[in-house]
Ligand binder design. Sequence first.
Ligand SMILES: Nc1ncnc2c1ncn2[C@@H]1O[C@H](COP(=O)(O)OP(=O)(O)OP(=O)(O)O)[C@@H](O)[C@H]1O
Ligand SMILES: [Mg+2]
Length: 383
Amino acid sequence: MRNINPYIPQTGSIPPYFSGRNNELKLFETRIQTAKEGGNIGHLAIIGGWGIGKTSLLKELKTIAAENKCESKLVVCPEIKDSNEFSEFIIGKVISPTERIKIKSVNIMGSGGEIDREVPHKHPQVRLVDALSEKWNNIKEETKLYALMVDDIDKLLSAENALTTLRSTFIELSMEYECRYMLIVTGAEDLFDRFAEYGMTEPLTRFFEPIILRRLNKEETRAAILKPLEKTSIEFENEVVDKIVNISEGHPYYIQLLCHRIYERTVDKAIDKADMRVYEDSFEDAINDISVTRFNKIYPKSEIEKTILEILSVSDEPLSHAEIAVEGLKRNIKSSSIGKPLRRLLDKKLVKQMEIGDKKGKYKIFDNFFNEYVRLKDQLQTF
Ligand SMILES: Nc1ncnc2c1ncn2[C@@H]1O[C@H](COP(=O)(O)OP(=O)(O)OP(=O)(O)O)[C@@H](O)[C@H]1O
Ligand SMILES: [Mg+2]
């Protein structure tokens, strides 16, 4: 067997084994079935934090759409300045160059073909509706649904009117032209809150059904670790697998990154089973990688905030405000100076409060991986 590293720690990559997400996949199947049978078309918004698996899920949904004989297109949203640019972008992506010859409305403003000077320039939204409705007319004999998938829709938030244009376009396409388009978008976990920030909360919130992506559970995490090894001659010791499960807390990116590094070191050492020594070294590699790409950027500049993080990182248990203050005093920080920086750390989501049980209300660093970064950062090569 060849030892090609099966793990891919890259955002947007197709994972070696797609683990979990059963409820999300099932929900999509149901929505597709309903739409195919002529029922209501529900538009979906997959939301979740960085690296949680939004793009990977979108790619899985594309496969399901194909299995259901539905046409689909996955586009990654670029930085866009307004709704005009957005309409151009969607038309450019959805309508292929050969279709452009057939679809008259695309040619009016020069997105393809010649400019017809007799026809007055149409509003971009009108052009988008025209182009997509003509497209639907061309394909409706062969398909019952067209799923348009837009990854990273957050980039549209600051683009003037782009999101509201998107919404009204799809409502018009369905109501006026009886087109069967389903829109599936992905966005950060605060997408719906940010709709409000841009003054477009109600209609957009109701337009999209949210699918919130969370971390994988323990069983799904184990599968994500172990399944890719089946095609290789490398094994991970049980203790190593347990460590990955605990430290990653089911975060898909951490799982891929850590497994990739462990696999790499195991092959380098010419052994066939990763043990805890390999794990320790690989863990440092992984923390180094993620420091450069993410953690160094989110690590606070304020000395008191740093000290609070350090206090929390070396504690085995979550700490109360008073307990942090006691530790702070040992480091020459007055008790009264703890409150504000602690609140800022909460706001930045670098620290969280326990929600249930006897530790309710106590503070903890937001995840184990970042906790280890704070604890080890002085030893790291890249810090
Ligand atoms: N269900 C899964 N099972 C196993 N690995 C996964 C799963 N989902 C995602 N991954 C892996 O996790 C990493 C991050 O996934 P992905 O890029 O899809 O996340 P994302 O939420 O789109 O990230 P970003 O916020 O950067 O856009 C990738 O390496 C991917 O292969
Ligand atoms: Mg992504």
